[in-house]
Design a protein around this ligand. Structure first.
Ligand SMILES: [Zn+2]
Length: 150
Protein backbone atom coordinates (compact mmCIF):
# COMPACT_ATOMS: atom_id res chain seq x y z
CA UNK A 1 0.00 0.00 0.00
CA UNK A 2 1.26 3.49 -0.84
CA UNK A 3 1.64 6.52 1.39
CA UNK A 4 -2.11 7.11 1.32
CA UNK A 5 -2.77 3.70 2.83
CA UNK A 6 -2.69 2.79 6.50
CA UNK A 7 -0.55 5.57 7.93
CA UNK A 8 0.68 4.09 11.18
CA UNK A 9 1.41 0.59 10.01
CA UNK A 10 4.63 1.05 8.06
CA UNK A 11 6.07 3.00 10.98
CA UNK A 12 5.13 0.28 13.44
CA UNK A 13 6.79 -2.35 11.33
CA UNK A 14 10.02 -0.47 10.85
CA UNK A 15 10.96 1.01 14.18
CA UNK A 16 11.72 -0.78 17.41
CA UNK A 17 11.15 2.32 19.51
CA UNK A 18 7.76 4.04 19.58
CA UNK A 19 9.34 7.50 19.47
CA UNK A 20 8.68 7.83 15.76
CA UNK A 21 5.06 6.91 16.25
CA UNK A 22 4.64 9.31 19.15
CA UNK A 23 6.14 12.17 17.23
CA UNK A 24 3.87 11.27 14.33
CA UNK A 25 0.86 11.47 16.60
CA UNK A 26 1.89 14.74 18.17
CA UNK A 27 2.47 16.27 14.73
CA UNK A 28 -0.91 14.96 13.72
CA UNK A 29 -2.57 16.54 16.76
CA UNK A 30 -0.88 19.86 16.05
CA UNK A 31 -2.14 20.12 12.48
CA UNK A 32 -5.60 18.65 12.83
CA UNK A 33 -8.54 20.19 14.65
CA UNK A 34 -12.32 19.71 14.68
CA UNK A 35 -12.64 23.04 12.88
CA UNK A 36 -11.18 21.56 9.72
CA UNK A 37 -13.94 19.01 9.33
CA UNK A 38 -13.41 15.47 8.13
CA UNK A 39 -12.13 16.27 4.64
CA UNK A 40 -9.81 18.91 6.01
CA UNK A 41 -8.45 16.47 8.58
CA UNK A 42 -7.92 13.82 5.90
CA UNK A 43 -6.02 16.25 3.74
CA UNK A 44 -3.79 17.19 6.66
CA UNK A 45 -3.09 13.55 7.42
CA UNK A 46 -2.23 12.82 3.80
CA UNK A 47 0.09 15.82 3.69
CA UNK A 48 1.85 14.70 6.86
CA UNK A 49 2.17 11.16 5.55
CA UNK A 50 3.76 12.35 2.34
CA UNK A 51 6.19 14.46 4.34
CA UNK A 52 7.03 11.46 6.51
CA UNK A 53 7.75 9.34 3.47
CA UNK A 54 10.02 11.91 1.91
CA UNK A 55 11.78 12.35 5.28
CA UNK A 56 12.47 8.64 5.52
CA UNK A 57 13.58 8.53 1.87
CA UNK A 58 16.06 11.24 2.75
CA UNK A 59 17.38 9.29 5.72
CA UNK A 60 17.75 6.16 3.60
CA UNK A 61 19.54 8.18 0.95
CA UNK A 62 21.89 9.70 3.51
CA UNK A 63 22.62 6.30 4.98
CA UNK A 64 22.91 4.11 1.91
CA UNK A 65 23.59 6.23 -1.14
CA UNK A 66 25.44 9.35 -0.13
CA UNK A 67 29.13 9.19 -0.89
CA UNK A 68 31.66 10.91 1.21
CA UNK A 69 34.15 13.08 -0.66
CA UNK A 70 37.66 13.57 0.54
CA UNK A 71 40.73 14.93 -1.18
CA UNK A 72 44.05 13.19 -1.30
CA UNK A 73 42.63 9.69 -1.08
CA UNK A 74 43.33 7.24 -3.84
CA UNK A 75 40.32 6.62 -6.09
CA UNK A 76 40.61 2.87 -5.68
CA UNK A 77 40.45 3.20 -1.91
CA UNK A 78 37.61 5.69 -2.08
CA UNK A 79 35.64 3.37 -4.33
CA UNK A 80 35.85 0.63 -1.72
CA UNK A 81 34.92 3.02 1.09
CA UNK A 82 31.84 4.14 -0.84
CA UNK A 83 30.43 0.63 -0.61
CA UNK A 84 29.80 1.20 3.10
CA UNK A 85 26.93 3.14 4.65
CA UNK A 86 27.73 6.80 5.28
CA UNK A 87 28.48 6.55 9.03
CA UNK A 88 31.08 3.85 8.30
CA UNK A 89 32.51 5.91 5.43
CA UNK A 90 33.04 8.76 7.87
CA UNK A 91 34.67 6.44 10.38
CA UNK A 92 37.13 5.09 7.83
CA UNK A 93 37.95 8.43 6.22
CA UNK A 94 38.68 9.79 9.67
CA UNK A 95 41.37 7.14 10.01
CA UNK A 96 42.91 8.22 6.73
CA UNK A 97 43.02 11.81 7.93
CA UNK A 98 44.79 10.59 11.05
CA UNK A 99 47.64 9.37 8.87
CA UNK A 100 48.59 12.98 8.14
CA UNK A 101 48.61 13.53 11.87
CA UNK A 102 51.00 10.65 12.35
CA UNK A 103 53.31 11.98 9.67
CA UNK A 104 53.29 15.48 11.14
CA UNK A 105 54.23 13.98 14.48
CA UNK A 106 57.13 12.22 12.78
CA UNK A 107 55.83 8.73 13.44
CA UNK A 108 57.39 6.04 11.32
CA UNK A 109 55.65 3.48 9.17
CA UNK A 110 54.03 0.88 11.42
CA UNK A 111 55.76 -1.89 9.50
CA UNK A 112 52.68 -4.06 9.24
CA UNK A 113 53.15 -7.17 7.18
CA UNK A 114 49.55 -8.29 7.14
CA UNK A 115 46.14 -6.68 7.47
CA UNK A 116 46.10 -7.04 11.21
CA UNK A 117 46.80 -4.38 13.73
CA UNK A 118 47.16 -4.41 17.49
CA UNK A 119 45.25 -1.15 18.00
CA UNK A 120 41.86 -0.82 19.67
CA UNK A 121 40.12 0.57 16.61
CA UNK A 122 41.04 -2.39 14.47
CA UNK A 123 40.02 -4.87 17.13
CA UNK A 124 36.74 -3.12 17.73
CA UNK A 125 35.58 -2.54 14.14
CA UNK A 126 37.74 -4.81 11.97
CA UNK A 127 38.07 -1.92 9.56
CA UNK A 128 41.38 -0.56 8.30
CA UNK A 129 42.88 1.69 10.99
CA UNK A 130 45.26 4.65 10.72
CA UNK A 131 48.23 2.28 10.95
CA UNK A 132 47.01 0.18 8.04
CA UNK A 133 46.33 3.32 6.00
CA UNK A 134 49.74 4.72 6.89
CA UNK A 135 51.31 1.55 5.55
CA UNK A 136 49.05 1.62 2.52
CA UNK A 137 49.63 5.24 1.56
CA UNK A 138 53.34 5.54 2.29
CA UNK A 139 54.76 2.06 2.59
CA UNK A 140 55.92 -0.27 -0.11
CA UNK A 141 53.51 -3.03 0.83
CA UNK A 142 50.02 -2.49 -0.49
CA UNK A 143 47.94 -4.53 1.90
CA UNK A 144 44.55 -3.13 1.03
CA UNK A 145 43.87 -5.07 -2.13
CA UNK A 146 40.41 -5.47 -3.62
CA UNK A 147 40.38 -8.97 -2.13
CA UNK A 148 41.20 -7.59 1.29
CA UNK A 149 38.33 -5.12 1.12
CA UNK A 150 35.97 -7.89 0.16
ZN1 LIG B 1 45.96 0.08 13.98
Amino acid sequence: MGPLGSPAFPLLLQVTSTNALESYHSELKKITSSQHGLIGACNKIIALDLKRYSDSDYVVFEFRVKKISVTGVDNDILKEIHKFPLPIQKLIVNKILFVNDRIEKGKELPGLTSLKCHCTFFHKYMFPCKHIFHEQLYGLRKLLTIDAWN
